[in-house]
Design a protein around this ligand. Structure first.
Ligand code: ZN
Length: 69
């Protein structure tokens, strides 16, 4: 992929839109209700190559840094 999103001056990725189809919820029920409550959030991948990024209720990726080359 050559269309990587811009990186902000502070080093964080400037893209907040998850890659279409990459968002999924991790089923943590088997780990117990405490973990389920803490981690019951969807995760998505960014076009910068980062995966496993938490997604907000608004469907945007949390602030993250792109992976090192
Ligand atoms: Zn990114």
């Amino acid at each position: 992929m050559n269309d990587k999103p811009a990186v902000r001056p502070d080093g964080y990725c400037g893209n907040t839109a998850p890659v279409s189809g990459s968002v999924r919820s991790i089923n943590t029920t088997a780990l117990g209700s405490k973990y389920a409550r803490m981690n019951n959030r969807p995760y998505g991948a960014c076009s910068c190559g980062r995966t496993g990024i938490s997604v907000t209720d608004q469907g945007e990726l949390y602030r993250h840094k792109p992976p090192q080359e």
